[in-house]
Design a protein around this ligand. Structure first.
Ligand code: F3S
Length: 396
């Protein structure tokens, strides 16, 4: 892999240990994937934040990295969700030990110059690349969104790779940074209308078939929202390893991805969507916890939820996961108040998958996200119900 004279200096440790270590990681990645050189990036999004995921070893690695005052993010960079709501952890039932460890991790990232906004929807809070920008993001749903809906360019980075890229301001040039890897590999003819959780079910079923390819959807809908695309991409990226998809007439690159030469064409019918929705639920019981906001909720989604619960009393628990930024806006709009009066919580910084939710005693979790439905049953005997919000929330 070619290194410029400046990159040689970074790699030789002339700018300190943290930059040297970061270059080691990036050069190793570049060598594995056959990159010819580095490319400058404009944004990073770093996973590997929850104490549940990275544990004590991860915390010590980050604290060690943060000792070197010369090594910190040189470009806008944000964190993926953490394991707890950093402010309201006690109210939600998380342990003091776990929450302390979690705060130490986030503080170490802060010292490395990564913004302590913990969210998988950084594009809703100002970490927004432009069309064609090279970036280094690691949360799979955010990768799918940035590549597909924004038209920026990133591979599905691991946490250490994205952190190294944030510090160096560069990433190896390979994979989805290159035009030739952004071509459609499969055309998906969607024969039915899609509403609500159908988008997640569509993503889940196609992700299983297309694996790490690039699906090109031909849908009947004219009014696909960003929320629909967010759900579609998250599901594609969780049942498969999709980093990029196109929707004809919707995503910005759909005309340039050569869908006529895709290797395969499949058809998705209303029966396929129905079958996938049924398969994603593991119980017919009612949820004791309804957990929404996977990926993290937008202000618009919180507004819709506030309208659903306004003036009512919720009988089961309700969490709406989002970033601290979106919660602040929701509070100013009065949505937080409405939701709390109904008995629900707007939960910041975390989600039902990266939090140690299995320790809180819930048995059946209701979700409207196919990604969450895919992961929750793997967490210590918890069952999941995949359904529309109106069917998940029980009112007194
Ligand atoms: Fe985000 Fe957690 Fe879902 S990280 S995409 S809310 S599993």
């Amino acid at each position: 892999m070619y290194l410029s004279p400046e990159e040689e200096k970074m790699s030789n440790g002339e700018y300190g240990e943290t930059i040297r270590k970061s270059m080691d990681i990036l050069i190793a990645l570049g060598d594995i994937y056959g990159a010819s050189k580095f490319v400058d990036i404009t944004s990073a999004q770093v996973s590997g934040v929850s104490y549940k995921t990275i544990g004590q070893a991860g915390l010590e690695y980050l604290e060690d990295l943060a000792l070197d005052e010369k090594g910190f993010a040189t470009i806008p960079a944000t964190l993926n969700p953490a394991g707890v709501d950093l402010d309201d952890w006690k109210e939600l039932g998380f342990s003091e030990f776990f929450s302390d460890k979690q705060n130490q991790i986030v503080d170490a990232y802060g010292k490395l110059g990564i913004s302590k906004t913990c969210t998988c929807t950084p594009y809703l809070i100002g970490n927004v690349p432009r069309f064609g920008d090279h970036i280094s993001w690691s949360e799979s749903s955010a990768v799918a969104y940035s590549n597909s809906v924004i038209g920026a360019r990133t591979n599905r980075e691991g946490g250490p790779g994205a952190l190294a890229a944030a510090i160096v301001g560069k990433t190896p040039l390979y994979g989805f940074h290159l035009d030739e890897n952004r071509k459609a590999t499969m055309v998906v003819n969607v024969e039915c209308e899609l509403n609500g959780i159908d988008f997640g079910a569509l993503g889940y079923s196609v992700g299983q078939i297309v694996s790490d390819g690039v699906p090109y959807f031909k849908c009947q809908e004219q009014n696909i929202t960003n929320g629909n695309l967010k759900a579609l991409g998250a599901a594609l990226a969780s049942s498969g390893a999709v980093a990029l998809y196109q929707v004809e007439g919707v995503t910005p690159e759909y005309k340039t991805v050569d869908s006529d030469n895709a290797e395969e064409t499949i058809t998705i019918s209303s029966d396929d969507i129905k079958e996938t929705k049924e398969k994603l639920s593991t119980t017919t019981e009612k949820p004791d916890l309804v957990c929404l906001g996977c990926p993290h909720a937008s202000l618009e989604e919180i507004k819709d939820l506030a309208n659903i619960v306004k003036g009512k009393k919720i009988a089961n628990e309700l969490w709406i996961c989002t970033s601290i930024n979106v919660k602040a806006a929701a509070s100013r709009m009065g949505y937080t108040d409405i939701i709390e009066k109904a008995g629900g919580h707007i939960v910041c910084d975390t989600c039902m998958v990266v939090a140690p939710i299995e320790d809180l005693g819930y048995k059946n979790i209701g979700v409207n996200s196919a990604k969450a439905a895919n992961y929750v049953p793997n967490m210590g005997g918890i069952d999941v119900i995949y359904d529309e919000v109106e069917n998940l929330i029980i009112f007194e």
